[in-house]
Write a protein that binds this ligand. Structure first.
Ligand SMILES: Nc1nc2c(ncn2[C@@H]2O[C@H](COP(=O)(O)OP(=O)(O)OP(=O)(O)O)[C@@H](O)[C@H]2O)c(=O)[nH]1
Ligand SMILES: [Mg+2]
Length: 225
């Protein structure tokens, strides 16, 4: 018997996803659950970063994770082992989640008693950027081996994010042509207010700054929005 549910979600029948996302944001605000949409290319370190995040926030906040994938449930199993409540969402071949698919996931996860929920979106840098999921904040991960030119190639993804985590910084000595200065310049040209944090989910580098940002945003959202 698995410790987590696996659900199949259907693409929304709503034509206006933006309006539905706005509605969902209000619904989850009522429940006092802060939702973060985490996006990246496959393998950039979403699940690893979430495991580190869960370990650091454990005891302070109750955390849930919705793992979205076209197939498989390996990430939900990893997150459950890390100590958070998880569900695996199968998207039926879709390469993104829209607001109603996110709503279906939240319903199955059960957000009562959860302070913070992460949606690990389907791994790719194109489709997820086009759909507002209803999350309070969008965060993306770019990992060092992918190269510092990705903001030039996938501008929409970098434009819709509140935070860009540059992961796998422990590999910088190997990928020595990756320029931290250049990648930050390219991101800020597209999105001047994006917060860029250099991290390693392997060594823990930069995690304090990421956790501080999360704590601050949750507290601010509870007070003001
Ligand atoms: N060296 C190094 N490896 C990392 C780091 N973060 C993740 N990895 C490795 O990168 C691989 C992919 O990590 P995941 O966390 O599964 O990445 P993901 O984005 O969740 O992958 P998908 O869900 O398949 O899109 C694994 O082998 C991790 O151990 C890091 O900071 N440094
Ligand atoms: Mg993953």
């Amino acid at each position: 018997m698995l410790d987590y549910k696996i659900i199949e979600v259907k693409q929304s029948i709503f034509e206006d996803n933006d309006a539905d996302a706005k509605k969902l944001r209000a619904e989850i605000k009522e429940q006092n659950t802060f939702l973060v949409n985490l996006m990246s290319a496959p393998g950039s370190g979403k699940t690893s970063t979430l495991c580190q995040t869960i370990a650091r926030l454990n005891g302070d906040m109750s955390i849930g994770v919705m793992e979205a994938d076209i197939d498989s449930d390996v990430d939900a199993a990893t997150i459950t082992k890390a100590g958070a409540k998880a569900i695996q969402i199968h998207t039926g071949g879709m390469c993104h989640l829209d607001a109603d698919m996110t709503r279906q996931g939240l319903r199955e996860l059960g957000t009562e008693e959860l302070d913070l929920v992460f949606l690990e979106n389907v791994g790719n840098l194109v489709c997820p950027a086009e759909f507002d999921t209803g999350a309070s904040k969008n965060v993306m991960i770019l990992s060092v081996p992918e190269g510092d030119d990705k903001p030039l190639k996938y501008p929409l993804m970098f434009s819709v994010c509140d935070v860009v985590l540059i992961n796998k910084c422990d590999t910088l000595p190997v990928f020595s042509d990756f320029s931290k200065t250049l990648v930050e310049e390219r991101i800020h040209k597209l999105n001047p207010s994006a917060l860029v944090i250099f991290i390693s989910a392997k060594t823990g580098e930069g995690m304090d700054q990421w956790i501080d940002w999360l704590r601050g945003e949750v507290a601010n959202w509870r007070q003001h929005e």
